[in-house]
Ligand binder design. Structure first.
Ligand SMILES: Cc1cc2nc3c(=O)[nH]c(=O)nc-3n(C[C@H](O)[C@H](O)[C@H](O)COP(=O)(O)OP(=O)(O)OC[C@H]3O[C@@H](n4cnc5c(N)ncnc54)[C@H](O)[C@@H]3O)c2cc1C
Length: 245
């Protein structure tokens, strides 16, 4: 069993019990230019002409010549609430997923309870969003406690059902969307950029934005030129920092 180090640079804690860990990667900035230069049958100039490699990557990004970015691939180990992973799995192209099965294994009693300052109130001008404003940063209605009590109760029922002989695949149906799940996902950089553009947007749910930011931060050291080109071209509208929990 590999113990995760909190300050391991290839690992970010996300939300109260989640994380994003970069397991492995294939390729780097040079893979992108090598793939692009086959278009005009040119030699790929390994490291000897950095300025031209950077210019090429910037050109590809600005002009949507995106297939060379598919040559860089990452595998992430993710722990996230089910409602986040449900949004994640809508991303079908360029992503592969393997997820923990509640049929094989009794699920760990681990669920997401938002911090008071990230609960906010229902937005009045956007039906899908919440508003996090200065005056909503506390939790006067004790929503955290309600969520915690309800999740704990759900797990009590879940465990009771299993103890009574109920099959795991049926018992799990009483668990809340806040329950943490675990997945491995493999994605190429083009698909990751698309995900980040949609899921770093201020209209995306705050929780999934944290995971998008963590993945982007983890790939920056591997493809610094392409990541900078992405950030400068698409300007994802949040600070690139993961909320520390
Ligand atoms: C803020 C926000 C709110 C959302 N709200 C909802 C909601 O209320 N309900 C809901 O159901 N979903 C919702 N979604 C999910 C959204 O509709 C997309 O399913 C999700 O963002 C994945 O995007 P995608 O299809 O571009 O990505 P991918 O599935 O990775 O596809 C990548 C690209 O491939 C192409 N492609 C993929 N499949 C097809 C296809 N079948 N036909 C043609 N082209 C294809 C498209 O160009 C697509 O952009 C929301 C997403 C966001 C970011």
């Amino acid at each position: 069993m590999i113990e995760l180090e909190p300050f391991n640079p290839a690992y970010y804690k996300v939300l109260d019990h989640g994380y994003v860990r970069l397991c492995e990667s294939l390729g780097d900035d040079l893979s992108i230019v090598r793939n692009a230069r086959v278009s005009y049958d040119a030699a790929w100039r390994a490291g000897e002409n950095e300025g031209s490699d950077t210019r090429l990557i910037n050109y590809l990004m600005r002009n949507n010549h995106t297939t060379p970015f598919e040559s860089v691939v990452f595998t992430f180990d993710i722990k996230a609430p089910i409602f986040v992973v449900r949004q994640w799995h809508r991303h079908r192209i360029g992503w592969s997923y393997n997820e923990l099965s509640g049929r094989y294994k009794e699920l760990e009693e681990l669920y997401y309870v938002p911090k008071a300052e990230f609960i906010g109130v229902q937005s009045e001008d956007n039906k899908q969003m919440r508003t996090l404003a200065e005056e909503t940063l506390s939790d006067p209605k004790n929503i955290r406690q309600f969520i915690d009590d309800h999740c704990r109760d759900s797990f009590r029922v879940y465990k009771g059902l299993i103890a009574d002989g109920c099959p795991r695949e049926i018992a799990r149906s009483v668990l809340p969307l806040a329950t943490y799940t675990h997945m491995f996902t493999t994605v190429n950089f083009k698909a990751l950029m698309h995900f980040c553009t949609l899921r770093l947007h201020e209209h995306a749910q705050w929780e999934i934005r944290q995971y998008a930011a963590a993945m982007l931060q983890l790939v920056i050291p591997i493809i610094p030129v392409a990541s900078r080109a992405y950030l400068e071209t698409f300007k994802p509208p949040i600070e690139l920092s993961v909320e520390s929990w």
